[in-house]
Write a protein that binds this ligand. Sequence first.
Ligand SMILES: Nc1ncnc2c1ncn2[C@@H]1O[C@H](COP(=O)(O)OP(=O)(O)OP(=O)(O)O)[C@@H](O)[C@H]1O
Ligand SMILES: [Mg+2]
Length: 269
Amino acid sequence: MLVFTVASQKGGVGKTTVALNASFALARRGWRTLVVDTDPAGAVGLSLTRRMAEAPGLAEYVGRTRALRDVMVQTKLRELSILPVGRVQVEDAMGFQNLLADGAVLGRFLAELQDRFDLVVFDTPSGFSGSTLGAMRVSRHVICPVQAEPIAARSAVRILEVIGAMRERGAHVGLLGFLVTMLQNGDASSMAVAEDLWRSLPKELILDTTVPRDGAFLEASAAGVPVGLLRRRAPPAALIFDQLAAELEARAGLTASREGQDEPIALVD
Ligand SMILES: Nc1ncnc2c1ncn2[C@@H]1O[C@H](COP(=O)(O)OP(=O)(O)OP(=O)(O)O)[C@@H](O)[C@H]1O
Ligand SMILES: [Mg+2]
């Protein structure tokens, strides 16, 4: 089982959008995938249905009031499950995050899931509070979305320091890559920021895939679906996540472990 965390210091850069849509694309490609919402504000649930936003989840599991099997949500796509964050009162958010911070609870959580999933993807709140630190500590790979605008690019490198400090204390986490999001092709300032990132960071730390700014993402979260399910003929934005999924597989070495399970699908019997 391979564990990813989507994290960034800055808010609103597209973490939840990336976590959900990349997980959907990976599940479509056959990986048994679980998306876990660790944001006390309930980001994943909010971008899906009202029922999901109000459902019990990680908080109840952590608080030991519900068993894991009672809080996981199986989606209509067989390979994709979701664990909403659950009900976290505003005044309890800090306590919830502190419980996750050292990674011990999430480590136990992952151990329970070992045989059921190929991939676990943690969505996190912005910044480096307990949820994010805990999720990063138990992950192998971090994906850091960077919005194509000046301040986001400047604060992006902070994640390298956080990862460095964790590795010094024995964690196995590494940055899989920065992912440029909300890129406005043709917009000079947006492209300038992206070019600045490409110049100033080691090339191998920047994912080749970029996520364009596209109204389809807003439409999809308003409709409560991944962008790939927005319409029968998925909008072009959905293709970006298929490309991202393929790039993540290659970078994380997932393709090799899938050999033998990946066979042609017969079109007719
Ligand atoms: N590529 C995109 N094009 C257009 N809109 C986008 C794109 N990605 C995300 N959005 C929209 O931008 C807003 C912020 O995105 P999202 O919630 O994914 O960011 P976030 O990093 O998870 O935010 P937070 O830090 O609050 O958790 C949402 O309304 C989302 O629908
Ligand atoms: Mg979010």
